[in-house]
Design a protein around this ligand. Sequence first.
Ligand code: GTP
Ligand code: MG
Length: 182
Amino acid sequence: TSVDRCVPKEILFKFLVIGDYGVGKTAVVRRYTDGRFSSNYKITIGADFSMRTLQWDDCTKVNLQLWDIAGHERFGCMTRVYYKYAVGAAIVFDLSRTATFQSVRKWLKDLREKLSLADGEPVPVVLLANKCDIPGYSVQPEVVTRFCKEQGIQAWFLTSAKTNVNIDRAMQFLVERALQTR
Ligand code: GTP
Ligand code: MG
């Protein structure tokens, strides 16, 4: 039978990690690619990228290139350059700072204006409500769910780069969507 045979495939996906400064984009990427966390804040200048390879199934290897984009670049003219050829995006906000949730709309707008897939479809997006380890956050889950529905964001996760909550799941989701849309 042909069931147990396959042609080994290796796929490269470029994903973006965007959102306001200080929300934890670098921490999320570091947690995911390196398994580590640091509480020292070192601002990202411009953009950085990190890789992680996933053995997706017996035949498919996925090389993920995560582009960690500086929060202060929001209105900069560089985002268009950084966004190029990306096939997925994680938008991050900080649950303990409501204003960073309000900015998600602007990040999404910037993304949608500057980037779409080769067939013109919008790139898959996942929303990360980060720092869920900090108790007493003010952004309500129902509000996030409603916002995602309105904006066509396929999924959102409560995450913590610090305590390693849902980072893998969120990225897994994005890989699945990217595999479906390719
Ligand atoms: P820019 O590079 O300026 O755009 O910021 P950023 O989004 O990359 O933020 P960064 O990852 O540098 O994190 C900012 C601060 O928040 C750092 O002090 C991190 O240690 C802290 N931080 C990040 N993620 C978490 C988290 O899940 N929980 C907690 N408690 N702190 C976090
Ligand atoms: Mg950073």
